[in-house]
Design a protein around this ligand. Sequence first.
Ligand code: HEC
Length: 132
Amino acid sequence: MKKLISISLFIVIAIVSLTVTNACYYDKEDILYPEQPCDTSKTVSYSSDVVPILSVNCYNCHSLVNAPVYGENLILEGYVNLRTYMLLEPETLENSINQNGKALNMPRGAAKLAKCSISDIEIWVKQGARNN
Ligand code: HEC
């Protein structure tokens, strides 16, 4: 009888631990949440897509008010300022946010922008960097 109990106990433990290890396997983050591709077919808007990204990540150093103090006078706030800089320095802004070694890494001292924020800015540039 004691033997039977220990055998069934062993079976129960085996089933439980198998379930647990399997659960761990199937709960892997990249299996449950595969990386979503960015939407590259949309029209990207300056005012509703680009400005929100820049205002959260860049204006604390590159706004009209902050640039002289924190951003080496590089003003990225306002369409004309952004566009003028991008025409004077083609690709520097894209290189800086891609952190590809061809420009200084931006945002300075912070994590790289989210993949789809970078993609949005690149699409906006490809679509003519319009004031849309
Ligand atoms: C904490 C302040 C800070 C933040 C935030 C910041 N920058 Fe900068 N940025 C600077 C400073 C300061 C410089 C001048 C170069 C230097 O000293 O790093 C600069 C330079 C640049 C340059 C010129 C790079 C080059 O290689 O010539 C670009 C483009 C730029 N920033 C874009 C951005 C963008 C886009 C963001 C937001 C995604 C951003 N920055 C966020 C402080 C900042």
